[in-house]
Ligand binder design. Structure first.
Ligand code: FES
Length: 83
């Protein structure tokens, strides 16, 4: 997790592809980067809501809203995140 332009961002490396979503669970603010990753699904460590790290889409209750996701790319060995 890192802070980019006043956003806490959770970054995931899955098969050498980088994905970035807001590191704030839409249910009650849990830190998604501290959750357990299963494939492309991250489970919030607070109450277990699941999100797709590729899209930020919520996949299970108690979250009812998607997490913002950000485009990423690697340029000259530097990871860039579009906020
Ligand atoms: S804060 Fe994430 S599921 Fe409740």
């Amino acid at each position: 997790m890192l802070e980019v332009q006043n956003h806490w961002v959770a970054i995931f490396n899955i098969s050498d592809n980088y994905y970035a979503i807001e590191d704030v669970c839409t249910h009650d603010g849990g830190p998604l980067a501290d959750g357990e990753l299963d494939g492309v699904e991250i489970a919030c460590p607070r109450h277990g809501a699941r999100f797709d790290v590729k899209t930020g889409k919520h996949l299970g209750f108690p979250a009812t809203k998607d997490a913002p996701h950000y485009l990423t790319r690697v340029q000259n060995n530097v990871l860039e995140i579009a906020i």
